[in-house]
Ligand binder design. Sequence first.
Ligand SMILES: *Cc1c(COP(=O)(O)O)cnc(C)c1O
Length: 353
Amino acid sequence: MQRSAPQTFDRVLSSMCTEPHPAARDAAERFLATNPGDPATYEEVAELESDAVDTLGEIAGLADPHGYVTSGGTEANVQAVRAARNRGRERTSNPNVVAPESAHFSFNKAADVLGVELRLVPTDADRRADLDAVRAAVDDDTVLVVGVAGSTEFGRVDPIPELVDIAHDAGAFCHVDAAWGGFLLPFTDRAWSFAHAPVDSLTIDPHKCGRACIPAGGLLFRERDGLDALAVETPYLESTSQATLTGTRSGAGVASAAAAMDALWPDGYRREYERAADLAAWFADELRGRDIDVVDPELPLVAANVPDAVFEALRAREWRVSRTGSDLLRVVCMPHVTRESLAAFLADLDAVR
Ligand SMILES: *Cc1c(COP(=O)(O)O)cnc(C)c1O
């Protein structure tokens, strides 16, 4: 194997990363050596970042967003917890965060680094946050309630408006993790959007369904105070403060996010969502037709129950597939995943069963 060449995406079926859009690739290369962490020096990339934040806000239905392009969903989630902890300082010195157990493991990292207690509560029978369980876990020391809009394992969307109400009734903030789902949700037929539910902060990653190059995550706050709660002074830079977790960061992620969204929002993303949703529905039917138990896809992500030996045999045939914590095969219909690749996968599945 030639180690200097990356693998192709043909057989990658469980990843939330994909081929960047050509315009994103081009922009990444051009801005590779710029540093948006020093906006007074690298003004062009700083402007692109501000445009990217505005577009992310438009996609999420947040009219006047305050945020930045992070290194990914992990940094965005860590920073959202940090902002809530800092903003809750006057209320409690013993802060906790309440999240459904479907929340991404980045919240465990956040809790560990920031010294907050993470209260993970059960999900309901359909794998969404259980509102009674969330209510029971929230108390006077809760600074943040987390909802997931497109869970990593099952693509489930939590009841966000209800979670916002629970958080605000308790004097806490509500953060929604839409790292993967953020670019899909505007095109679903949900009764609500983030414009209706006053979420306080949001994670939405261009480097997943936004088709930007890695690293490009997104963190948005409804209010300026959210971002301000993260700011530290920067004595030797021309700008006076910095809210990001990283210092020097490549302009590649920022520029590629701006370029991808410029090329694809909204029609390109809508077309891709519709294609992926059809593909997931077709693939789920194909699996059911083989008497395989399937978790109904809400967003274009299919989880299915295949025996260990079958899973291992598919891995041995070089399919890059992974399993959920409960050992279900998980296929994420990202832009590079096609009807042809899934048909080839099904043929191999038939051969090894
Ligand atoms: C992928 C993912 C993350 C983590 O994002 P990274 O970019 O890998 O750091 C967080 N939350 C959800 C829901 C995700 O799917």
